[in-house]
Write a protein of this length. Structure first.
Length: 292
């Protein structure tokens, strides 16, 4: 049933117990613009911190999408719902990750924000990848975000990062053990890299075991999506015609066997430093005392 604009406040109040629907309240405005003193006065005077606009955006959503940490803290202290969802299903944590606001992300986690939403929905990790915010990606992974979380439209976070060509985010996900060959309608991250004609992404994905022969629902390999004669096309053609080295195949096999534990386990296997660096795809500084 379509909800008309004539009686939205009553319906919202009954259904959600969140206060009244509005276009944008004074609380929304103060939160979005970082006017902390004004927001504090509004709260002290009894303003509803969970008031929702017609698109179900709360003041906390506003504060987080703008990276207004102080305002977000005031709202949370006053009882704002940390996992409120707007009309698109996004939570304040999604918005903070989209904005790349590490301070807001940490604050929301402090207040128990849900890292992994219901299945088949866009997650905070997806949002961080969409925005190219690699530090937020790193933090979400550290907090237990599902790297194989599958949005019905966009696929996994790795699909999103590759489609947007955010290489730093792709590196974080792959190093943390994301499945390089996860598929959405049989389409892999390598298909996205090929569509973008990104040589750097293609080489990176293949290094982590990306399957150059994977076919999507149209029966097309990644190479079918590259521009004829481009460096990306030539690179994929080479990978298709030449087998990977035994050294590379061994690395991929070991990484697949260890999965998300690889970065933790490999340095303690008693292997030579150079081999540890190779197996973990890490430069020497990242491994502390190890020297490659």
């Amino acid at each position: 049933m379509e909800i008309t604009r004539t009686r939205p406040s009553l319906l919202s109040n009954i259904a959600h117990g969140l206060g009244f629907w509005s276009e944008r309240s004074a609380v929304h405005e103060a939160a979005a613009q970082g006017r902390a003193e004004e927001l504090e006065r509004l709260i002290e005077n009894g303003a509803t911190v969970n008031i929702v606009a017609v698109d179900s955006i709360t003041p906390l959503h506003e504060a987080c999408i703008q990276g207004q940490t102080q305002c977000a803290r005031l709202l949370l202290q006053a009882g704002a719902r940390v996992d409120a969802r707007n009309i698109d299903g996004s939570t304040p944590l999604c918005d903070a990750c989209a904005a790349g606001s590490l301070e807001c992300v940490r604050l929301l986690l402090e207040y128990g924000a849900t890292v992994n939403p219901p299945l088949f929905t866009f997650s905070p990790l997806h949002e961080a990848c969409m925005g190219g915010n690699s530090e937020c990606v790193r933090l979400m992974v550290a907090e237990g975000a599902f790297m194989e979380a599958h949005d019905c439209h966009f696929g996994t976070p790795l699909h999103v990062a590759c489609a947007r060509q955010h290489i730093d985010c792709v590196k974080v996900l792959l190093n943390a053990g994301a499945n390089v060959n996860a598929a959405k309608l049989h389409e892999t991250a390598l298909h996205h890299a090929a569509k973008a004609n990104s040589l750097e992404l293609i080489e990176l994905l293949v290094e982590f075991g990306g399957n150059v022969f994977a076919r999507d629902n149209l029966g097309k390999k990644p190479s079918h999506y590259t521009s004829h004669g481009s460096s990306a096309a030539l690179c994929l053609q080479l990978y298709e015609s030449e087998p990977l080295s035994l050294q590379q195949l061994s690395r991929v096999a070991l990484r697949n066997a260890l999965g998300k534990r690889a970065l933790e386990v490999v340095p303690h296997l008693g292997l030579p430093n150079r081999m540890v660096c190779y197996l973990t795809y890490m430069p020497a500084p990242t491994l502390g005392l190890l020297t490659c």
